[in-house]
Ligand binder design. Structure first.
Ligand SMILES: [Zn+2]
Ligand SMILES: [Zn+2]
Length: 339
């Protein structure tokens, strides 16, 4: 597992690489634009290419993950807001791809009371068309779009693995789509993973309904709020109600090793995740791996994912669609990094 942090891109994208170096991050996450205003950052092509080159040749930083604007809501039915969301998502995808990111993490938004089922098909169609539009703009493949699980408040879409799986199915299993699992959101939405069995149940559910190849990133956050509280409130690792044991149980799971793990915590100095926070994350991960290895010694290599049936058959795509229109292999594909 490679650890990194959400970093400020204030003052430009390239300074974020320096911030990552200072704190010893192996993964960089940045917003593709200022997250709370609609105006997109119009980075010159040279800046995007310079960022991609520097990360590609970096001895320690192995991957960039981008985070889309928080204003995007694919779940509503206000045509003005939907049009703005659509444009912003396409721009965010193009910027993320241009800077060599492996993926763009997206909060799908809220159905604002109309109900998950009522908006499911529309959300899925927006995802397909945003990816198509981004590829048209780029003239080639774009990075993966990762749907993040939510803490469950306010009609948010993606409050559990099952909802994310339904969106993916409704989008025809588009192979440009994946998921990002946030530990605080998972806990706030009511899933406990204190024990290795509970952590394995989370990973097994994801493997069964979505497929672990779709899991592109883990957001590693502790929680200021209790299990099932439905609220999105991140805390420093080990200082919240989620705690080291549960975080270690999940991060140490054998099937999750190799993934980028991104901290989005307030930071021990209140300035965002720093070197001390990454040290805590790595220690929690190491402790979790020790627990899993001890279990493997007792139970054999099938210690994890014990309940996993064979992977599902390929999904039929609506309208003959079989996922991407183009062959995959975006410029920033993590597969090239041999992870
Ligand atoms: Zn997150
Ligand atoms: Zn959050």
């Amino acid at each position: 597992m490679r650890f990194g942090a959400h970093l400020s891109a204030a003052g430009g994208l390239l300074p974020a690489i320096g911030r990552a170096e200072e704190i010893g991050a192996e993964v960089i996450q940045v917003h593709t634009q200022s997250p709370r205003v609609w105006r997109p950052n119009d980075y010159p092509r040279e800046v995007l290419e310079a960022f991609a080159d520097r990360v590609r040749s970096h001895p320690r930083i192995s991957e960039t993950v981008c985070h889309a604007s928080y204003l995007i809501n694919l779940g509503g039915n206000d045509p003005v807001l939907l049009a703005k969301s659509r444009t912003t998502l396409v721009t965010n995808l193009a910027v993320a791809t241009g800077m060599g990111a492996s993926s763009l993490v997206l909060h799908l938004g809220s159905h604002l009371g109309s109900g998950f089922a009522a908006r499911l098909a529309a959300v899925a169609a927006e995802l397909n068309s945003a990816l198509d539009a981004a590829e048209d703009r780029l003239g080639g493949p774009c990075c993966r779009l990762l749907m993040e699980n939510t803490a469950g408040a306010g009609g948010t879409i993606g409050r559990d693995v099952s909802e994310l799986a339904q969106v993916l199915d409704a989008a025809g299993g588009d192979d440009r789509l994946g998921v990002c699992l946030d530990t605080q959101h998972l806990f706030a939405a009511g899933t406990a993973f204190e024990t290795l069995d509970e952590a394995d149940a989370v990973v097994s559910a994801l493997a069964r309904s979505i497929g672990l190849d779709r899991l592109g990133c883990v957001h590693v956050n502790d929680s200021k709020v209790p299990l099932g509280s439905g609220r999105d409130r991140h805390e420093n690792l080990g200082e919240g109600l989620l705690g080291r044991t549960a975080l270690g149980a999940l991060l140490g799971h054998p099937a999750l090793q190799g993934l980028p793990a991104v901290l989005e915590v307030p930071g021990v100095e209140g300035k965002g995740p720093g070197a001390a926070d990454l040290a805590v994350a790595r220690a929690i991960h190491a402790a979790g791996r020790r627990r899993w290895r001890a279990r493997e010694r007792r139970a054999g290599p099938s210690a994890g994912l014990a309940t996993l049936p064979p992977p599902p058959a390929p999904r039929p795509a609506p309208g003959g669609r079989t996922g991407s229109r183009r062959d995959r292999g975006p410029a920033g594909s993590p597969s090239r990094r041999g992870r």
